[in-house]
Write a protein that binds this ligand. Sequence first.
Ligand code: HSE
Length: 306
Amino acid sequence: MVKVRVPATTANLGPGYDILGLALKLYNTVEIEKADKLSIEIEGEGADSLPKDKSNIAYQAAQEVFKTVNGKPLTVNLKLINNIPLARGLGSSAAARIGALVATNRLMGDKLSQDEILKIAAGLEGHPDNVVPALMGGLTIAALKDNEVRFLKYSKVRSDLKVVVAIPDFKISTIEARKVLPKKVSLVDYVSSGSNILFTTAILTREGNPELLPELLSESMQDRVHQPYRKKLIPGMEDVFQAARMAGAQGVALSGSGSTIAAFSIGNNEEKNKEIGQAMVAAFQKAGHKSYYRILDIDREGAVCL
Ligand code: HSE
């Protein structure tokens, strides 16, 4: 039996639509073993709602490994222990797929390389920004080039960074949230995104100049490419952003395609981090939605076999 722990992820980080991703210390585990009869057991998030048959996405990811390495499917026992909320923009599907791919690869003697795992995972997800940090940990920049995943991992994410996530009671389908986006962006929006991606990455990965840089984060995380179009899907989005900033968050962004909103808090101030979470929950409440917050550390390891 192989057991793998895999982190949640927050993608986009404002301007980095389909490019930036950050792994968070909130974990699912995937266990797999060969068996005579298929069985899929799920604990935690999705225990009652996720499929326990061949349509399960972790099962399907596992079969991709068997087909690639072995040429044919194999029967398995699969156990998913889920802590990452579903369809909330925290990478639950990327975690299921990466967890299953890494576990199955280990079961088959680690025949697939990291690049091959990422290629399968990004193919299944349709974009690479969650699967790369789920596998690698840390802050990542990812892109698909001719169906291959190219990525950079920043291992030095600021040690005083916490991500305060406010997770509301409604789900967002990433597929639906992509349909509301424009097909083209203007040159002005392109320049804004490019520079903001670079500034955001620099601020989150450098310890230097602590007085100045955190203050630039709010501006750097501004996005003109996806968030303005998605705010109609997220009641209270701008108020939650504002509440997080007023409570002291240096940056705030829609987590992936939502519905979670992620506030970036630099400075290891526990009291401030709680206030950010409470302010975001109160703002969601005003918009008519219950939510809860979690203060998360950055995961730097990615998927690991336990
Ligand atoms: N980058 C994707 C999106 C979500 O914003 O649609 C995360 O995979």
